[in-house]
Design a protein around this ligand. Structure first.
Ligand code: GRF
Length: 190
């Protein structure tokens, strides 16, 4: 089964996923896509021998180029790991219920447009939440509103900074994302 990962940040989740499926070859990370040619993930991919496709905003929203690239590589599932642009209709339609995102909070709390990165963790701290965590969900045409597949939680202690919360959440992401992807995909196949 061929999957593609969209990643535009540090790519730490993409790296975990690449390494995990190198040892679980029923699923193959076939392609990495990014809108940020200097994203660290491009190096991770190159080291792993995985091709990288870079695209612009115009190419993403106003042409079929990204979809064509996915189809050329026979991609069956799409993973968003630190990718912030809203996915356009043509991709959602072609990959209906086959696009998976990870969000660094317990949706429906702290989601939606503009809620990403440290902003999420700052909001969690300001709101005096006692828990936060991760949400792995299917992607639809609205930010962070697709069906929830998996959540894991961690405690927020009084006095925790946003950075400390971010660290705890990242540990959960690295622990769970690849395995959840595997379970969801294989359950849909067999
Ligand atoms: C993660 O926190 C993920 O939840 C969010 O973007 C971040 C990506 O981090 N969607 P990395 O680039 O994988 O390190």
């Amino acid at each position: 089964i061929h999957i593609a990962i969209f990643a535009s940040g540090t790519g730490s989740n993409a790296r975990k996923i690449i390494n995990y499926f190198a040892a679980h070859p029923q699923i193959q990370v076939t392609l990495i896509l990014t809108n940020n040619p200097s994203a660290l993930v491009t190096e991770v991919a190159t080291q792993a021998g995985i091709p990288v496709s870079v695209f612009t905003r115009e190419e993403f929203y106003q042409s079929g180029k990204v979809l064509e690239t996915l189809q050329q590589h026979h991609i069956q599932w799409v993973i968003l790991a630190g990718f912030l642009w809203l996915v356009p209709h043509n991709l959602i339609q072609q990959y209906a219920n086959r696009i998976i995102n990870i969000h660094p909070a317990l949706l429906p709390k702290f989601g939606g447009k503009g809620m990403y990165g440290m902003r999420v963790h700052q909001a969690v701290v300001e709101n005096k939440e006692t828990h936060t965590g991760i949400t792995i969900h299917l992607v639809n045409e609205k930010y962070d509103e697709g069906e929830v597949l998996f959540q894991a939680t961690c405690a927020v202690e009084p006095g925790d900074t946003a950075e400390e919360v971010a660290h705890k959440v990242q540990i959960l992401e690295h622990m769970h994302f690849a395995e959840v992807i595997e379970k969801v995909i294989l359950k849909n196949v067999y």
